[in-house]
Design a protein around this ligand. Sequence first.
Ligand SMILES: Nc1ncnc2c1ncn2[C@@H]1O[C@H](COP(=O)(O)OP(=O)(O)OP(=O)(O)O)[C@@H](O)[C@H]1O
Length: 305
Amino acid sequence: MTHTDPIAASARDVSLAIGRKRILEAVDLTVERGSFHGIIGPNGAGKSTLFDVLLGFRAPSGGEVRLLGRAPRPRSIELLARVGIQPQRTAFFPKLTAIEHLEAIADLFGASHRRIDTLMEALDLGPHARTRAEKLSGGERQRLAIASALVHEPEVLFLDEPTAGLDPGARRNLVELLRGADLSEMTTIYTTHYLEEAERLCDVVTILDGGRTLVTKSPAQLIGEARLGVSILLPAALHQADLAAGLPSVTGIDVGDDGVTVRTVDTARAFADLAGAGVDTANAQVRGGSLEDVFLTLTGRSYEA
Ligand SMILES: Nc1ncnc2c1ncn2[C@@H]1O[C@H](COP(=O)(O)OP(=O)(O)OP(=O)(O)O)[C@@H](O)[C@H]1O
């Protein structure tokens, strides 16, 4: 039954209160098998709590949760062995080398070691195979944590803010590795408060704010449907504002010290119109149309991670 079930995890009208504090409210989530599903929201939105509920670590106050076609509570070793979990803080065996670590985790699950080499390579851990876990950098540890979550070939991978606390270079590196890793057979549920990461990685995102799920769509759909204006800064067209202003695809125009900014809902057409009118589009910078703008549209607040 579970193998043909197209839904990997779901929550229906899930709430969770601790004392008087409502941490989750009316949460609806459907994660399709094989998808890379982001749960995004600012700090304190309830992302980690939702993970705990989906995994059966915490009981919701109301609503229904399913994981791989089953209720995650009471907890079952059989069900948990089918998921991989990379928690925000990872407990390592500090004296073990990276490779020994992966072997130990595989043994804990009674899984074979056959995936270890592939994972070391996919997560760029090869050069650190013989380095003890305690000597790894923050980014290397996160990558080892992800490899550890994958070593027993889970059907669903839970990544809780895998790039939190990394410097921008290490974050980019990890995002690129996750994009490149062949996770196609697997479902990945991933939380982040970095919206640009979610745009790069996710097939689908659910926006969580104040413990409530606001919307679930692909990043492109969300951005498209929000019909957000895109701004194009034209540094070379400072004296051509009049030419740009009359164009049908241009919905607004500002002249600033750094150039002319035109607004449009159709970027490709605007560029064609601008070029046709002889406006200099050299070094143009397109801004907007991001998940940050979607968040602003949905909540009326700007997004602060
Ligand atoms: N055991 C608890 N008791 C009281 N409040 C809690 C408890 N666990 C979580 N909370 C509160 O619930 C809210 C949601 O927390 P949660 O950690 O799920 O958010 P998050 O979106 O994962 O945030 P972050 O990005 O900071 O990890 C926060 O306000 C947090 O303080």
